[in-house]
Design a protein around this ligand. Structure first.
Ligand code: HC0
Length: 567
């Protein structure tokens, strides 16, 4: 350990720790802006400056390692003056649009300006020459609001290993953008939105589609149905001051009803259905031969990633559409028939923790009902905004139940929202289908948790199924490379975002490791509280097969619930 003094306090820290982290451990808060623990430690913004005795200049504490005998001061007139000046310079070319900005009241720049006591704009400078980029189906890049902190670049490069954006040009013209300043919509961006999640300002945010939903809700000719993704029920509460991971399923249903949706359904229903289809596909590939390992296909950022970067591995993907898309296809066929409503008048809205779901909903293949299966996919954040606009006080809502039949689900559907959940749900069903016996324990702890790559071997009474789980595309690469190198697996779950959907790019800001852990714990609590925890026990799914689909992988399933991929 290294001994140093920070603001007169004796501090011990591990060698290699930054002064910023050492101060934090000692209870001393140094303000930061570009810093993102373990992801973006670049010293770009110069807000975390401190005085280090003996150094000629102030030092950026996020990139200055502790040293034996170091004497640090974090709160001197020189430090305060320099931080403030640096922030004023960052603000000098920032649009003064706080009142109408999508990140207003949840902007780190705004908050920091308040914390550092900036009360006037002394340097109204030249502004950015770039226009917002609206080309992506999922995300809006607004370079005018970019403070060049590099957080988005680092998360795209290091966590997702996609490298869709990087700093381009020089000096005042520096811009974070795809290579050759291509529009984001034609770059190899997978729409995951992890950039939007870490952006301190509104330089990258989701494409706001709330106006389309308001319009549909106000249209008397439209029958507007909504589905809620598994991960939204453990995060939406955060937008109303609740603890991350609070399970608010019933309040979410009540809130959506008050917004005016005609039916409130659940993506968990089609998550259960996915298990029936994908489980059957796995068993078929195991028994009759077929490309193994089978890899899950429900995460649209992951799908775009494999299409761009590993196209020769596409035969490994399950042909199952994601639960969001299965829902859309069934809402405009099965449900339309059952309810006697013309599918042309049904408007399907999804509430997703995800920005890539917007892209997925617009994919050309996703029209098997004869219409665009899902009309609009909103993020958790967009729903939060709509509820606020409608004056719905989320925290005092009663708990209500989903509508029948597309709102009935099991705990297996809920756990889709956390990394490892699809695998665990699939094994709960596959084990029974193969062995004819119930799993000794429904909880598969080996595939839970936030470790990047998880592996397990499951004994199916005679056959050992080797499975793996990855979340975050950097980890996906690692597992794909293992497969290419000849490692044998039968079944792999890949989710695009760190933590799975609970850490999705459309989730409330902030989303960090600690918050992901709390949301994940919420998911497993919600699973435990469900009366049924295995997808094949879902009576609404059983009825769907009996009344409409026939059997898993049957003719109708093939037409409505399965898809193909583009290299
Ligand atoms: Fe997910 Fe899904 S679990 S991708 O992580 O499979 O977004 O929450 O809705 O579709 O169900 C996201 C979350 C979903 C889908 C489901 C899957």
């Amino acid at each position: 350990a290294v001994n140093l003094t920070i603001d007169g306090v004796q501090v011990q820290a591990q060698a290699g720790t930054s002064v910023l982290e050492a101060a934090k451990q000692a209870g001393i808060k140094i303000p930061t802006l570009c810093y993102l623990e373990e992801i973006n430690e670049v010293g770009a913004c110069r807000i975390c400056l401190v005085e280090v005795q003996g150094a000629r200049t102030l030092q950026a504490s996020c990139v200055t390692p502790v040293a034996e005998g170091m004497v640090v001061r974090t709160n001197t007139p020189a430090v305060r003056h320099a931080r403030k000046l640096n922030l004023e310079l960052i603000m000098s070319n920032h649009p003064q649009e706080c009142l109408s900005c999508p990140r207003s009241t949840n902007c780190e720049l705004q908050q920091l300006a308040a914390e550092l006591g900036i009360t006037e704009l002394r340097f109204a400078g030249e502004v950015s020459p770039y226009e917002p980029d609206l080309s992506s189906p999922s995300l809006v890049r607004d370079p005018r609001k970019c403070i060049l902190c590099r957080r988005c670049v680092s998360v795209c490069e290091k966590v997702q290993q996609v490298n869709a954006i990087a700093p381009q040009e020089r000096g005042f013209n520096t811009i974070v953008a795809p290579a050759f300043l291509d529009p984001l919509g034609s770059a190899a961006c997978v729409n995951c939105g992890q950039c939007a999640l870490v952006c301190p300002t509104a330089a990258i945010h989701e494409k706001d589609q709330t106006a389309q939903v308001w319009a549909a809700l106000a249209d008397p000719n439209k029958h507007v149905v909504v589905q809620t993704a598994p991960a939204v029920r453990v995060s939406i509460g955060e937008m109303f001051g609740l603890e991350p991971g609070s399970v608010v399923t019933g309040q979410l249903v009540a809130a959506l009803r008050r917004l005016g949706f005609d039916k409130v359904f659940d993506t968990d229903f089609t998550a259960d259905l996915t298990i029936m289809e994908e489980g059957s596909e796995l068993i078929k590939r195991l028994n009759q031969g077929g490309t193994l390992p089978l890899i899950t296909s429900c995460s649209p950022g992951w799908i775009k990633f494999i299409e761009h970067f590993y196209p020769d591995m596409l035969p490994h993907l399950s042909t199952c559409k994601s639960p969001q898309q299965m829902f859309g296809a069934l809402a405009k066929t099965y449900y339309a028939e059952k309810a006697g409503i013309d599918p042309a008048n049904i408007f399907v809205v999804s509430i997703m923790p995800c920005t890539a779901k917007k892209f997925e909903a617009g994919r050309e293949e996703m029209q098997d009902s004869g219409y665009q299966d899902v009309d609009v996919a909103l993020t958790t954040r967009e729903l939060g905004k709509m509820l606020k606009e409608a004056g719905i006080d989320f925290s005092v809502l009663p708990e209500e139940n989903y509508d029948d039949p597309l709102g009935i689900s099991t705990g297996a559907g809920v756990i889709f929202g956390s990394t490892g959940g699809v695998m665990e749900a699939a094994l709960r069903t596959a084990y029974e289908l193969v062995t004819g016996e119930a799993l000794p324990s429904l909880d598969l702890h080996e595939v839970r948790g936030l470790e990047g790559v998880k592996e397990a071997a499951v004994d199916l009474k005679g056959t050992t199924l080797k499975v793996a789980v990855a979340h975050g595309l950097g980890n996906a690469r690692e597992i794909l490379d293992r497969v290419v190198a000849g490692e044998q697996y039968h079944f792999i779950e890949i989710m695009c975002c760190p933590g799975g959907c609970i850490g999705g790019g459309g989730q409330p800001i902030p989303t960090n490791k600690e918050i992901r852990e709390k949301r994940s714990a919420g998911i497993y609590r919600a699973d435990l509280a469900m009366p049924m925890r295995k997808s094949h026990d879902n009576p609404a799914v059983q009825a769907l097969y009996k009344e409409f689909l026939g059997e898993p992988l049957g003719h109708k399933s093939h037409a409505l619930l399965h898809t193909s991929y583009t290299a």
